[in-house]
Design a protein around this ligand. Structure first.
Ligand code: NAI
Length: 311
């Protein structure tokens, strides 16, 4: 009855109450947290039960910190809020089990087109008719993922930023076939979970990465040419352009390997675009395992910091 009522009122925005998230890594866990904290029923799916356990721990930890700030003088209320939020999250290892109950399915699995297409193809058969499908991909084409399903009108992108509970922005991506109802529902969902949505077409990198990655790569080219040092480039952009963090420190933070993965993918798709040209220095750093903060070395040396964190 539930879904047929929704189908009749097809011009109305469908209220999203049940959210399914596939992939319980860094992003999926964050998305599960914000949806559960907004009162939605969350089905969190991962092929690895260890990943699900880690996600639950991560969410509990992060919720605890948020609740402390939200209820600074009431420990009991804070605890209840954490418990209630955790109680909204159910974990599964088979995506087909909860798919029939979801109003929206958000995918945050490995960044691989074929794996994502295969997942959505399987879900298309078991999900309810009204269910919206969304991918959190950073660099793949939403249209290419959606083409594996028979519901391109109910398909879009929801591109979150890390760490999800802290970052306000949500890029809402529509492909040519995305219906107005689907788009409106995604925008409404974004607001309900406390995000500030911006709309963008299905174009490489959407808004933020499309501007940020070529900017970071141009900074790397400056280093490569010996125009300026990483420290001077970063200081210049902080003090001269008002950025909180310079481009090379930012690349170390987000991962030099991730930067390479994205720029190589775009270059392959559009080889003549000058802002998508790969960089010899980035390739060399990745070969040497200099991935940035996470490996202890990037444009800067973090090995001391890593040792300090371990202690
Ligand atoms: P992650 O590696 O932390 O988590 C991915 C999770 O997906 C893992 O727990 C893995 O077990 C699971 N998984 C992989 N294949 C699966 C399958 N077929 N079925 C079920 N579970 C599967 O990755 P992360 O960083 O959370 O990224 C996920 C997606 O979000 C990627 O598409 C990435 O491009 C995108 N993204 C990442 C951002 C970031 O800052 N890390 C920012 C915005 C988007």
């Amino acid at each position: 009855i539930h879904s047929s009522v929704r189908n009749i009122s097809s011009r109305k925005i469908s209220k999203i109450k049940d959210v399914m998230i596939v992939g319980s890594g860094l992003m999926g866990a964050g998305i599960a947290q914000v949806a559960a904290a907004a009162g939605m029923n969350v089905h969190l799916v991962d092929q690895s039960s260890d990943a699900l356990e880690r996600a639950k721990e991560q969410i509990k930890d992060s919720m605890g910190k948020f609740a402390k700030k939200q209820f600074p003088d009431d420990k009991q209320k804070a605890q209840t809020h954490v418990q209630e939020t955790m109680g909204k999250i159910r974990c599964h290892t088979d995506p087909c089990v909860p798919a029939g109950q979801a109003d929206i399915i958000i995918e945050a699995i490995v960044e691989n087109l074929e794996v994502k297409r295969d997942l959505f193809h399987r879900l298309d058969v078991v999900a309810a008719n009204h269910t919206i499908f969304a991918s959190n991909t950073s660099s793949l084409s939403i249209g290419a993922i959606a083409a594996s399903t028979s519901r391109r009108d109910r398909f879009g992108g929801l591109h979150f930023f890390s760490p999800v509970p802290m970052m306000k922005l949500l890029e809402v991506i529509r492909i040519d076939q995305t219906s107005d109802d689907t788009f409106d529902s995604m925008m409404e969902f974004a607001k309900t979970i406390g995000k500030a949505p911006v709309a963008c077409k299905d174009t490489p990198g959407f808004i933020v990465n499309r501007l940020l990655i070529p900017y970071m790569c141009e900074a790397v080219r400056m280093v490569e040419r010996g125009d300026a040092t990483p420290a001077d480039i970063d200081t210049a952009m902080q003090l001269g352009a008002g950025y909180k963090i310079g481009p090379l420190a930012l690349m170390d933070f987000t991962g030099v390997d991730l930067g390479k993965h994205i720029i190589d993918g775009w270059h392959k798709a559009d080889p003549t675009n000058p802002v998508f040209q790969p960089s010899g220095l980035i390739d060399k750093m990745v070969r040497e395992g200099k991935f940035g903060r996470k490996s202890g070395h990037g444009f800067y040396d973090y090995s001391q910091q890593k040792d300090a964190e371990k202690k």
